[in-house]
Design a protein around this ligand. Structure first.
Ligand code: 5GP
Ligand code: ZN
Length: 112
């Protein structure tokens, strides 16, 4: 999608530090890390937010969680947090579906 920063990152039109890539998803380190390890997993398909997900995306979302687990094993994490902010009030600032993966420190609950 034109003018979507994460579509441009997925297309390598904007540089990023890669973590993982396949035909469906791209994972890269967050520019403003909130934990010692903080990367984002995005769908290559432009989906504006989690609010737009339907049963048609079930395989994609399942794949994203499997990819996150695979990356976590490779990086040696047995503890991590996955966050998807959905909507402005929930803290979403980029309207292209993404999953934050945070690890390397103790996490508070509930999140703010
Ligand atoms: P949100 O606020 O939508 O939940 O998450 C967006 C995330 O994208 C933020 O954590 C922000 O730091 C990250 N981000 C925004 N622009 C860029 C960028 O150009 N490159 C990278 N690597 N991360 C970005
Ligand atoms: Zn996009």
């Amino acid at each position: 999608m034109e003018d979507c920063i994460f579509c441009k990152i997925a297309a390598k039109e904007i540089p990023s530090r890669p973590v993982y890539e396949d035909e469906l998803v791209y994972a890269f380190y967050d520019l403003d890390p909130q934990a010692p390890t903080h990367f984002l997993v995005i769908s290559k398909q432009h989906i504006a937010s989690a609010l737009d997900l339907t049963d048609e995306h079930a395989a994609l979302v399942g794949h994203i969680y499997a990819v996150i687990a695979q990356i976590a094993r490779q990086l040696g994490f047995d503890s991590y947090r996955v966050v998807t902010n959905c909507g402005e009030s929930a803290g979403q600032s980029v309207f292209h579906l993404h999953f934050h993966v945070l690890a390397g420190r103790d996490m508070a609950w509930p999140p703010g």
